[in-house]
Design a protein around this ligand. Structure first.
Ligand code: KIV
Length: 292
């Protein structure tokens, strides 16, 4: 695995770039209007997942403009095998922590499996809880045409929605794994219909997960809302990664589309072993760590 050196802090923006999502100035929260303006400008932007206040504060200080409290917390944070078991209580608790840890980023809370599939009214109840109790600025839900009614009611009710099409991990049991989506003419046409359906329903952005790059580029060109790619090539308006994958915290193999920008698992393990050896060998605590 190649180690990529950390990027320097963003340069001071030019006079007219105070509005850029990454590298922009301003200490108010990013809103969905800022996201729409970025698409107009043709500006690309980064999004990361976050599941706790401390990590979220690091990303906020680094200028990440949008954070997703993803149900990937199931695999990455809560020790489940998939996103399926994640509950509204868990998403609400961790979303509130991420909101508390940030000042600028738009925080998007994920609606977990079972919290919106019954229909629009159930979706509104769940999304309202995330907005009121956790303070998120938007919610995300999976599905294209099949989730259009839910998206429409949330948007009409004043809750911004990020849609998610292509591979939708909450359907892992139906897929029998995590296969690339949109391959072949029929599947590609369905993806395009899904993208149009969520845009027409009022979504402010749409995640495209695990779809061929050429198809993602076509979807991106055909929409006036931004596409957020994950395993969907370089032409999407934005890119999202699960932070534990991006920073090398995840154990074992990561998906092919992931680029690792650090090796935090190795660094943290090294710190833990050094501490343990100091304690066992009597080197910690030293005089400067003690009170008299
Ligand atoms: O839950 C999540 O982290 C997600 C991203 C992979 C888009 O849905």
């Amino acid at each position: 695995m190649t180690h990529v050196p950390p990027a320097p802090a963003p340069k001071q923006p030019a006079a007219d770039s105070g509005k850029t999502l990454y590298g922009g100035t301003g200490n108010r929260r990013i809103t969905v209007r800022d996201i729409a303006a970025a698409k107009q400008r043709g500006e690309k932007w980064p999004m990361l997942t976050a599941y706790d206040a401390m990590t979220a504060s690091v990303f906020d200080e680094s200028g990440i403009p949008v954070m997703l409290v993803g149900d990937s917390m199931g695999n990455c944070h809560l020790g489940y095998e998939s996103t399926v078991p994640v509950t509204m209580d868990e998403i609400t608790l961790l979303s509130a922590a991420v909101v508390r840890g940030t000042k600028r980023a738009l925080i998007v809370g994920d609606l977990p499996f079972g919290s919106y599939q019954e229909g629009a009214v159930q979706a509104l109840r769940s999304a309202t809880r995330l907005v009121k109790e956790a303070g998120v600025g938007a919610v995300k839900l999976e599905g294209g045409e099949r989730s259009a009614d839910q998206i429409e009611l949330l948007v009409q009710s004043g809750i911004p929605v990020m849609a998610h099409i292509g591979l939708t991990p909450q359907s892992v049991n139906a897929y029998g794994g995590y296969p690339v989506q949109g391959r072949g003419e029929e599947a590609a046409q369905q993806l395009l219909r899904d993208a149009k359906a969520v845009q027409n329903a009022g979504a402010f952005a749409v995640v495209l997960e695990l779809v061929p790059a050429e198809l993602a580029a076509e979807v991106t060109r055909s929409l006036h809302i931004p596409t957020v790619g994950i395993g969907a090539g370089a032409e999407c308006d934005a890119q999202v990664l699960v932070w534990t994958d991006m920073a090398g915290m995840t154990s074992g193999r990561v998906p092919r589309f992931v680029k690792q920008y650090a090796q935090l698992r190795e660094a943290l393990g090294g710190a833990a072993r050094a501490f343990a050896e100091d304690v066992v060998g009597g080197a910690y605590p030293a005089a400067e760590h003690s009170f008299h």
